[in-house]
Design a protein around this ligand. Structure first.
Ligand SMILES: Nc1nc2c(ncn2[C@@H]2O[C@H](COP(=O)(O)OP(=O)(O)OP(=O)(O)O)[C@@H](O)[C@H]2O)c(=O)[nH]1
Ligand SMILES: [Mg+2]
Length: 193
């Protein structure tokens, strides 16, 4: 897949603000700071299409990126960001969940986990949600540049064990080094045809 013209389209907090067409949507989920917004930049080959930060809690709205009028990449606020006020955390949690539950044209969930760490309680919660929602998903073990290339496979295996899955698509990935990107792009392509 060659992405030619990725464009930010709209930020939303409620369904009436979502794009009003039926293009398929690929949504990024995962804890704050795991690299969801960076993933969008890497996959579209743009430096700063999506805003990123070394501080967790950067994305606080549902951001829709129109990819060549073919599909959307949808960037969500991450979970587990404790510096947000209790009230804001609740609001963000609510409209994020509403998007995931109500949006019919979600064709794929891309679930990012930090390859280095055990899944958090919130990660497990998200994983269980994805399973029970019965939506197609792939798991990205991000920040793979942080570990030695020879150890990447065993970290992916450990992640599978922690999630209790024997078979599931899990892809090591690195936005920092732009490595391991081709298999992920190929996989994404399968869902938007
Ligand atoms: N080493 C390394 N750092 C990464 C990678 N991907 C993202 N980062 C860094 O992690 C930090 C957070 O990245 P974001 O893309 O803003 O994370 P996010 O998941 O969108 O975070 P929220 O918007 O808070 O939910 C930034 O400093 C990125 O440069 C990666 O593959 N490797
Ligand atoms: Mg973000």
């Amino acid at each position: 897949m060659i992405i030619k013209n990725p464009k930010f389209e709209i930020s939303a907090t409620s369904p009436k603000q979502y794009p009003n067409n039926n293009l398929p949507e690929i949504v990024l989920v995962g804890k704050s700071n795991v690299g969801k917004s960076s993933f969008i930049n890497t996959i579209t080959n743009r430096k700063s299409l999506a805003r990123t930060s070394s501080q967790p809690g950067k994305t606080r709205l549902i951001n829709f990126y129109n990819i060549d009028n073919n599909f959307y990449l949808v960037d969500l606020p991450g979970y587990g960001f404790s510096k947000m006020s209790q009230k804001e955390q609740e609001q963000v949690g609510k409209f994020t969940e509403e998007y995931l539950v109500k949006r019919n044209q979600i064709c794929l969930i891309i679930f990012l986990i930090d390859i280095r760490h055990e899944p958090t309680e919130n990660d497990l919660h998200m994983y269980n949600y994805i399973l029970q929602a019965n939506l197609p998903f792939i798991i990205i073990a991000n920040k793979a540049d942080k570990i030695a290339p020879t150890k990447v496979d065993s970290y992916v295996e450990a992640l599978k064990n922690s999630l209790g899955i024997s078979y599931s698509p899990i892809f090591a990935f690195s936005s920092e080094k732009k490595i391991y990107t081709s298999p992920v792009l190929e996989k994404i392509e399968e869902f938007i045809k």
